[in-house]
Design a protein around this ligand. Structure first.
Ligand code: M6R
Length: 606
């Protein structure tokens, strides 16, 4: 949460900083601010609200300088006000900082600093004053000394008004990437703002401090030892991070799915052996055979993709598999043995809860692997192997294509484990073929968007709804419900179809519709009965059904048809109409679908 950005070079800093803030806006959009150094003066501008507000203010002022920092905020400490917007200055006005993270011992540090008149309610302002306290002419040393006293998480970029040729950046728990240009450096919370300028990057690790000057970069650890860092190449391009004519990122990302799904499975299916091969697993066949338990750790949408994986691991490989919400896993002393395989599933690879849970699993001796989208992210680097999902940049706060690709990779892993155990070549072959048919089927769902839009308009004014599914369609119900609530703000809940009669059915009435995912699988008849119970309470019913199922019209008020596939693979298709449904409802209600209220894309605080 919060996006930070910085520039040092020979160009004007403002265009890059502003464009970078727009790219990082998904990380938080309560308020924003920017500081550039012009000679030895700090120029500062701040606004409450989205980046457009800051851009408006910038138009009305001269804002020059070729070194600068900027920030887009997701409030943690202190309300959404101009005073709390970053950058924050030291009381003497000499040092300025942008910060992403939380300083846990801020009270202690405030006491340590004594009598200072603070302008904001933020922990970040205490941190910049702490740096000023230690400043004796060397900004990096001052930052290092301050950070030695800090407990918590931070990604920071700091400037001193008398040091117009250097920035200092540091990270602990909050991501920071440095883009390497020709005589210039770009700093950002993730690589997307850099893509238009360079694909050469240095990923800062926890506990590292970088002194970034116009022509060089030097990195140190907190013990003041110099570290040699590799410059890495990233293969995402700027175009992938553009809207490409779509009204917003969410719609573009929904439509990306057939293409990026192909990227996820490319080269990973071996039809001859009727299996999948994910080299990044980094386990010997003997180690794989010994795995007797799998734990999938994730949050939000990623946890629903993990549920897709659970069903597949159990069915195809016969390995008991649990899905653990990361924030719960860590604090309940989970049981881990040396044959437990833990996957961290995460789009950003930076979710604080997931990172902490994976560290705990590692400490306890599990094999820990990542299923991650963002290349070079913390989870990708801290795990001992794993797989990139190749969804490309996902910038809308509501996750869509990452869900699909995470599910796809988990299905591939389940197939790989299955085939190394009990799964027959015939079933393996059927799964491989079904996986390869998915993109075309996805496209046919997307081609039906107009019909889905029409249905969305019928459902947009309800205040509540349920999503129901069973078996493979239960994770679909969970994900459909989350999508709807996060971008439309309509209250929705999801249940396994069979659970309704144990309580939730009490809520049903004619103004409480039910969306049932009821494709033709082994639980179809059971779902039929569950939906009949719903109908008996006069609820309107929208059913996601398999093409050709005419009978379902007897039960449904509205139907969205999807193509048939193998049961375990159904989430790869059945989630798409629900993404579109949520999208069109949210648009009809006038919501900002890419940046829904109160949310941030990358949740880097616990
Ligand atoms: O980056 P991650 O996949 O680890 O993020 C996990 C959740 O925060 C994320 O899926 C969240 O639930 C999204 N807003 C869902 O659309």
């Amino acid at each position: 949460m919060c996006g930070i950005i910085g520039y040092i070079g020979n160009k004007q800093a403002t265009p890059f900083l502003l464009q970078g803030l727009r790219r990082l806006e998904y990380r938080g959009y309560d308020s924003a601010g920017m500081v550039v150094i012009d000679n030895t003066n700090f120029n500062c501008i701040k606004s409450v609200g989205k980046i457009d507000k800051l851009a408006e203010k910038l138009k009305q002022t001269k804002f020059t300088g070729n070194i600068g920092i900027a920030h887009t905020r997701w409030a943690t400490h202190g309300g959404v006000t101009i005073e709390n917007a970053h950058p924050h200055f030291s009381a003497d006005g000499s040092i300025v900082l942008v910060h992403n993270g939380i300083i846990e011992n801020y009270r202690e540090l405030k006491d340590f600093l004594g009598n200072i008149e603070y302008k904001s309610e933020t922990d970040s302002e205490i941190l910049v004053n702490l740096i000023a306290h230690f400043y004796k002419g060397d900004l990096r040393i001052a930052v290092e000394s301050a950070l030695l006293k800090v407990r918590g998480t931070y990604g920071i970029v700091v400037m001193h008004k008398d040091k117009t040729d250097c920035l200092v950046a540091a990270r602990m728990g909050s991501p920071l990437v440095i883009g390497v240009g020709e005589g210039e450096y770009y700093l950002a919370s993730d690589a997307t703002p850099l893509l238009a300028h360079t694909n050469k990057v240095v990923f800062l690790e926890d506990g590292e401090i970088a002194e970034v000057c116009r022509n060089s970069i030097q990195t140190y650890n907190l013990k003041d030892e110099q570290i040699v860092k590799c410059v890495e190449q990233i293969d995402w391009n700027d175009e992938q991070a553009e809207k490409q004519g779509y009204e917003n990122f969410m719609l573009k990302e929904i439509y990306d799915q057939p293409t990026v799904y192909k990227d996820a499975i490319r080269g990973r299916i071996n039809l001859d052996e009727a299996t999948a091969h994910l080299g990044g697993l980094n386990m010997t066949p003997e180690q794989m055979k010994k795995v007797d338990r799998i734990i999938l750790i994730a949050c939000g949408t990623a946890s629903y993709a993990a549920m897709v994986g659970k069903y597949a691991f159990e069915r195809l490989a016969g390995i008991p598999t649990e899905v653990d919400v990361a924030s719960e896993f860590r604090y309940r002393d989970p049981i881990i043995t040396e044959n437990t395989l833990v996957f961290g599933v995460s789009q950003s690879g930076e979710t604080a809860d997931t990172i902490a849970a994976l560290r705990e699993a590692k400490r306890k001796g599990a094999y820990v692997r990542g299923i991650v989208n963002v290349v070079g992210s913390t989870i990708a680097r801290e795990t001992d192997g794993g797989t990139y999902i190749h969804a490309g940049p996902e910038l809308a706060v509501a996750s869509t294509k990452a869900y699909t690709n995470m599910s796809a990779i988990l299905l591939l892993y389940a197939l790989q484990f299955g085939r190394s155990r009990r799964l027959s070549i015939a079933t393996g072959e059927r799964i491989c073929k079904a996986l390869l048919e998915i993109p075309e089927k996805m496209q046919s769902i997307l081609d039906n968007a107009d019909a889905i839009k029409e249905i969305a308009l019928k459902y947009k004014d309800y205040k509540n709804c349920f999503f129901l599914g069973r078996g493979s369609n239960y994770p679909v119900a969970r994900e459909g419900s989350l999508k709807l609530k996060e971008i439309s703000y309509i209250h929705s809940e999801s249940y396994p179809g069979g659970e309704m009669k144990h309580g939730p059915i009490a809520l049903l009435s004619d103004d409480f519709p039910v969306i049932a995912i009821m494709t033709k699988n082994q639980l179809y008849d059971k779902m039929w009965n569950n939906i009949q119970e719903v109908k008996a309470r006069n609820s309107k019913v929208l059913i996601i059904a398999t093409i050709g199922d005419e009978k379902v019209k007897d039960l449904a008020d509205d139907v969205i048809y999807v193509p048939d596939t193998m049961e375990l693979l159904e989430p790869l298709l059945n989630t798409l109409p629900l993404q579109l449904l949520a999208y069109y409802i949210a648009v009809a209600l006038g919501r900002d679908v890419d940046r829904p209220r109160n949310l941030a894309k990358s949740v880097t605080v616990e």
